[in-house]
Design a protein. Structure first.
Length: 317
């Protein structure tokens, strides 16, 4: 086992092996990149994802799925004004119904607007098909509702379809914001640490490869092995990969610099650094991964998801 590890750990530090390893990672990243972008498709944002498995509400939601025969998700469009709704607002609602009908589920009809008791608002319910395109369809409903709205008339789109779209948008912006802020913070810290215009890029490059592999691994396990993934855990996942991957890169580079003081050949120095820092990195990653896997015993589904997804991220990093 020790001889096998010695041979394997020396490959990335070899004069030819380093290029083979880099080429292999580039091929993996390009080949698996499209799958990494599908992680959002397997996320579970239902109420049960954030409820304890043993709770009565979670059990009820699960049983209700057996009686849910329709696949409709209504979007509720409200036209309102501070005072009495002007005639232009009523005409706008009537005109929009024809456009909404083109987006409605097959066989469903968009009914005439319902007026509030005080006459300050009208409500139109658009029955949409609940599928993977519900967010895009709801955005089209909002585009129609917002187009040429009369002055003084506020048009808002809510309901189950609106809530789903808003939640998806919130987590989408959260993921991108987390990635940008985390990447910026790590880049600044690496610049301060190394004071080099190039060296700081190498840990970030490694983290980039690890991120692709992490997203692909999580997607495949969620799709084919039933791994629970919710938007919260997938957002934290990238931060974890950035932190852990950068930490291990710093450890390896520090060891490599120490070896360069003893050995003039940089390839031999890197082989030695890999052999001597490898066990510590593997032990650290293994300890963190096992600790996170223990969250599988948690009763709250979101905690289970974060533990299992986090363990995948640490192993990939």
């Amino acid at each position: 086992m020790q001889a096998w590890f010695k041979r394997t750990s020396g490959v990335p530090g070899d004069r030819r092996g380093k290029w083979l390893v880099l080429a292999a990672w580039l091929i993996i990243a390009m080949a698996l990149g499209p799958l990494a972008g599908k992680l959002a498709d397997v996320q579970d944002s239902s109420a049960n994802a954030f409820l304890p498995r043993s709770s009565e509400s979670a059990k009820l939601n699960k049983e209700l799925e057996k009686f849910r025969a329709d696949e409709l998700m209504p979007a509720v469009v409200v036209y309102s004004a501070d005072g009495s709704l002007p005639a232009e607002g009523r005409a706008k609602a009537e005109k929009d119904i024809a456009a909404f009908q083109e987006l409605a589920a097959e066989g469903e009809k968009v009914e005439a607007p319902l007026e509030s008791k005080d006459g300050q608002a009208l409500m139109v319910v658009v029955p949409l098909i609940s599928d993977a395109d519900i967010v895009a369809t709801t955005k089209k409903v909002r585009d129609i509702a917002d187009a040429n709205a009369p002055p003084g008339v506020a048009v808002e789109v809510g309901g189950p379809a609106g809530s789903t779209t808003d939640a998806a948008g919130a987590f989408e912006s959260l993921d991108s914001m987390l990635m940008m802020v985390t990447g910026l913070v790590v880049a600044v810290l690496l610049l301060i640490t190394y004071r080099s215009p190039i060296l700081w890029l190498l840990p970030l490059l490694s983290v980039g490869f690890a991120s692709v592999l992490t997203q692909v691994g999580t997607y495949m396990l969620a799709k084919y092995a039933g791994l629970p993934v919710d938007p919260q855990s997938s957002g934290v996942l990238m931060v974890l990969v950035f932190g852990v991957g950068t930490d291990y890169a710093l450890l390896l580079i520090a060891r490599y610099r120490e070896e360069l003081r003893r050995e003039q050949d940089r390839h031999i120095a890197m082989k030695t650094a890999l052999r001597r820092s490898g066990p510590a990195i593997l032990a650290s990653a293994g300890t963190i991964a096992i600790g996170l896997v223990c969250l599988v015993l948690a009763d709250v589904n979101s905690s289970r998801s974060m533990g299992l997804v986090g363990a995948i991220g640490v192993v990939c990093a």
